[in-house]
Design a protein around this ligand. Structure first.
Ligand SMILES: [Mg+2]
Length: 219
């Protein structure tokens, strides 16, 4: 069956914040008056292990867990968690080629968003980018529901769109969340190649820039 529907990730696929997470973490250490004792790469494995109701609680659990593991003062980690400033969702910008790719894809395919971000933050980003109306379905992280790489958000999106997995492709920057998640739902994956953590997953298609989607790699 041919592809009628393109699912897309949002963060670091369509848009990104101008500042890096590394710079925000360095600022947080500075504001908290704590000598840096971990970096962004140390946080990533914790994000997959802990759950929380708020971004602050998530940071407290991740940073606190790192401090415990390293035998550091937990109070320092919590101070850094509180000093960390969430980026303003309205400050996002398009990744190179992403805006043109959305326009070109939208002319030929139905588009849907599958993001692990919360509804409020992600809706603000879509509004800031002016692309909220490009998607016929938007699937956000919902309390109590699994997120990518679980197939559930893909299954829900396909159901909303009324298409089977073989009629869709998913485009995203994370091998772990996007490529493995899409494949778990039976959906072909297009990986936007980035300096991602190595995961034993192979995407059906790989692109180096969103601009390449103006000529889709799938058939
Ligand atoms: Mg992403």
């Amino acid at each position: 069956m041919s592809v009628s529907t393109v699912l897309l990730d949002l963060d670091d696929t369509i848009c990104a914040h101008p500042g890096s997470p590394e710079a925000r973490l360095a600022d947080a250490f500075g504001r908290a008056g704590v000598e840096p004792f971990f970096d962004v790469a140390d946080v990533r494995p914790w994000l997959a292990r802990v759950t929380a109701e708020t971004e602050l609680e998530l940071r407290e659990r991740c940073f606190g867990g790192i401090a415990d593991e390293l035998g550091r003062d937990r109070a320092d980690a919590l101070a850094v968690a509180r000093a960390y400033e969430d980026p303003d969702p309205e400050a996002v910008g398009f990744l190179p080629g992403a805006e043109a790719a959305l326009g070109a894809l939208g002319a030929n395919y139905d588009l849907a968003l599958v993001t692990n971000g919360g509804r409020e933050t992600q809706t603000a980003k879509l509004a800031a980018l002016g692309i909220a109306d490009r998607f016929e379905a938007t699937t956000f992280a919902e309390p109590g529901r699994p997120v990518k790489p679980d197939p559930d958000p893909f299954d829900r999106t396909l159901a909303t769109m009324g298409v089977s997995a073989s009629e869709a492709v998913h485009v995203g920057n994370s091998l772990r969340s996007d490529v493995a998640g899409a494949q778990a739902a039976g959906v072909e994956a297009v990986w936007l190649s980035t300096a991602d953590e190595p995961v034993a997953v192979t995407s059906e298609h790989t692109i180096n820039s969103m601009g390449e989607l103006r000529t889709p790699p799938w058939t």
